[in-house]
Design a protein around this ligand. Structure first.
Ligand code: GDP
Ligand code: IMO
Ligand code: MG
Length: 423
């Protein structure tokens, strides 16, 4: 029987930065196309290849593997300036994006004033700020749903300048509301130059492109950005990003029907991190958290901000498994915890004096995490008995197999557990 090609989805099961870029790069050879379906340059996906570090913001993480086509889908928001910088960095190391990159015409463009509005909105929130990456993500998605946005396909229209001016005038009116924050418009010329170059890249109707790929019998990998708990609907609202980061987002962000989704691979760290504001029940706001930050190099790939660190949160991970329909998990950064005498994981929350293993609606209320301790593992580069016990405990608690364990940032530092089963 002919192979029924599918779109597999790989996404973050925590608050982002789980190591998605590294895992995508590792499994990319199984696929023909790697596609981003949401988010934009707020993402920073790190790949270490032959000891050299590369950080991708908008371009999918399959780009370092020859013969793979990388698609930026309709659900993504693109900042042309950052995008062309990424293209240039790839060109400098001999990767010709004209060959292996496609950009969906329905993807929305981040305008200079979207960034200005992002900064103004954050300044206006004061203490309640989201801790946004300030890349213009929220305002761009607002213009998308408000039906005002500019799309990549508009770059091919003769009235582009008029459309740009209409939106710019609207932004200028909006910015008067934030006058007191004193934020200025910048980089308009740079933006104009970048869109001219972006227009010369291969633009496609991504829904048809994916359909044709599947019909030809080739599997597609959809690469998520951010993580489940930053999802606009199911994350820790309002401390979230402005897109659907969950598996359902791959359907709307690429134009793929749910029946064509195959595996859903959730990525999680052996502990938790969060960058930006918002609730984080298992946070270690102490020396232990600082030790994990240093050992794990937990500083933002996009903004360089220190990431908040804490123990693994099982109720949150179970929630991610449920919402995304995760069929298998990949655990990263197990090496970072090696050498600790004891590691903990949160199995339940105590909310208003009652034990629960569910994510409550209002995660901002007082949540007391209930921890379980396990003996730590010593080995950094292989799975010893202690680490096996930790892995099996997580599998048992969340109900899906952990098929991959990452023990370092490099491409080759990955152990496949093909025989993984739920205990
Ligand atoms: P992403 O946004 O999910 O792609 O993750 P980031 O790239 O923002 O952050 C993950 C960081 O951890 C990067 O610096 C990776 O190089 C690094 N990393 C990924 N997997 C591992 C691992 O198993 N061990 C260690 N020590 N570092 C890892
Ligand atoms: P990757 O794909 C971690 C966080 C920001 C902020 C909130 C909203 O690398 O995992 P936004 O810029 O979207 O308005 O910020 O979301 N955030 C991320 N945190 N990893 C990311 O992406 C993130 N993208 C956004 O820190 O708290
Ligand atoms: Mg990241």
């Amino acid at each position: 029987m002919k192979h029924m090609a599918k779109v597999d989805v790989l996404l973050g099961a925590q608050w982002g930065d789980e190591g998605k870029g590294k895992v995508v790069d590792t499994i990319t050879p199984r696929y023909k196309v790697v596609a981003r379906f949401q988010g934009g340059p707020n993402a920073g996906h790190t790949l270490i290849i032959d000891g050299k570090k590369h950080v991708l913001h908008t371009i999918p993480s399959g780009v370092f593997r020859p013969g793979i086509v990388n698609l930026v889908g309709n659900g993504v928001v693109i900042d042309p300036v950052i995008f062309m910088r990424e293209v240039d960095a790839l060109k400098a190391i001999g990767i010709d994006v004209k060959e292996n990159l496609r950009i969906g015409r329905r993807a929305h463009l981040i305008l200079p004033n979207h960034r200005t509005l992002d900064a103004a909105s954050e300044a206006d929130k004061g203490k309640g700020k989201i801790g946004s990456t300030l890349k213009g993500i929220g305002p761009t998605y607002m213009d998308k749903t408000g039906r005002n946005g500019l799309r990549v396909g508009d770059l091919e229209r003769s009235d582009l300048a008029e459309r740009y001016d209409t939106l710019k005038r609207k932004h200028e009116r909006l910015l008067t509301l934030y006058e007191s924050t004193g934020v200025q418009t910048t980089n308009e010329h740079e933006w104009m130059d970048a869109v001219k170059r972006l227009r010369e890249l291969p633009l496609v109707d991504s829904e048809h492109f994916i359909d044709e790929t599947l019909r030809a019998g080739h599997d597609v990998l959809a690469e998520g950005a951010q993580g489940t708990l930053l999802d606009i609907d199911f994350g820790t609202y309002p401390f979230v990003t402005s897109s659907n980061t969950i598996s359902a987002g791959a359907c709307t962000g690429l134009g793929v029907a749910p029946s064509r989704i195959g595996r859903v691979i959730g990525i999680f760290k052996a502990y938790c991190t969060r960058v930006g504001s918002g609730p984080f029940p298992t946070e270690l706001d102490n020396d232990l958290g600082e030790n994990i930050r240093q050992a794990g190099g937990e500083f933002g790939s996009t903004t360089g901000r220190p990431r908040r660190c804490g123990w693994l949160d099982i109720p949150a991970l179970r929630y991610a498994v449920m919402i995304n329909g995760i069929t298998e998990l990949a655990m990263t950064k197990a090496d970072v915890l090696s050498g600790m005498a004891e590691v903990s994981l949160c199995t339940h929350y105590k909310v208003n004096g009652r034990m629960t293993d569910r994510m409550p609606y209002d995660i901002c209320t007082d949540i007391e995490p209930i921890f379980e301790s396990m003996v730590g593992w010593k080995d950094r580069s292989s799975i010893d008995g202690r680490l096996s016990a930790f892995i099996e405990r997580v599998e048992q608690a969340v109900g899906v197999p952990i098929t991959m364990v990452s023990l370092g940032p490099g491409r080759e530092q990955m152990v496949l557990r093909e025989t993984a089963a739920v205990h």
